[in-house]
Design a protein around this ligand. Structure first.
Ligand code: PEP
Length: 249
């Protein structure tokens, strides 16, 4: 069976005190689902989050990282730095990184390679803009993002990747892809992977859906056969809402 994962992307929200408060609330939450749970606080809060979640089954993950081990990259954070504060998983290719920080597929391929060299798991985000969907180019856009950044990997290395399909028009907008739209794209992604590798590799990869997932729509989205979890933005900032989504599995 594929791994089910629900990951909260806190983005640039929550200072130290707010992080500690939200974590206290998360630790009180009652988990009834078998899904793996992850939270991605800001870089400055990774260590305190890791320390206070040490004895729990909530994993602390990073929202981004640089590809180099060290050097003159002012303002950046390396894979080794993340690992030194307990981080084993990193989100790469989020649409906000692509849009506001000009992250290209070529740069993301380097980051993916760096993560794998450091034995870090990657949650790799893909997704089309509204104009792409209106022009019926959504499948082409998403398959190109996957091909350009991931298809150089060996089948074994590809097997370490978790994908997150996040239509840009659904992120932070309140607009959600319908469960059918999510299922169609996830099935298309799996078919694309099967064509490049094989059906076994495609069947094993977890594909998360992200884009305005809320307690009210999580169950219908997670019920789709190719949806293996969620990447949650806004709703992850509220412990009750987040765990209602986690428990929707
Ligand atoms: C995200 O940024 O990964 C995301 C899915 O955000 P939201 O849930 O707020 O749409």
């Amino acid at each position: 069976m594929r791994k089910h994962i629900v990951a909260g992307n806190w983005k640039m929200n929550n200072d130290l005190a707010q992080t500690q408060l939200l974590i206290t609330e998360l630790k009180r939450a009652n988990k009834t689902s078998e899904a793996e749970v992850m939270i991605a606080p800001s870089f400055t809060n990774l260590w305190p989050a890791f320390e206070s979640l040490r004895e729990t089954n909530i994993e602390v993950i990073a929202q981004n990282m640089h590809f180099a081990d060290s050097g003159a990259y002012t303002g950046e954070v390396s894979p080794g730095m993340l690992k030194s504060v307990g981080v084993k998983t990193v989100i790469l290719g989020h649409s906000e990184r692509r849009a506001y920080f000009n992250e290209t597929d070529a740069l993301l391929a380097k980051k993916v390679n760096a993560a794998q060299q450091h034995n870090m798991r990657v949650i790799f985000c893909v997704g089309e803009a509204l104009a792409d969907r209106k022009a019926e180019q959504h499948e082409t856009v998403v398959s190109n993002q996957i091909k350009n950044a991931l298809f150089h990997l060996s089948p074994e290395d590809f097997g370490q990747i978790v994908l997150a399909y996040e239509p840009v028009w659904a992120i932070g907008t309140g607009e959600t892809a319908t469960p059918e739209q999510a299922q169609d794209m996830h099935a298309f992604i799996r078919k694309t992977i099967a064509n490049r590798y094989n059906q076994q590799v495609a069947n094993a990869v977890s594909i998360l859906y992200g884009g305005s997932v809320k307690p009210t729509n999580a169950k219908q989205i997670f019920a789709k056969p190719d949806v293996d979890g969620g990447l949650i933005g806004g709703a992850a900032l509220d412990a009750t809402h987040f765990f209602e989504i986690v428990n929707a599995f």
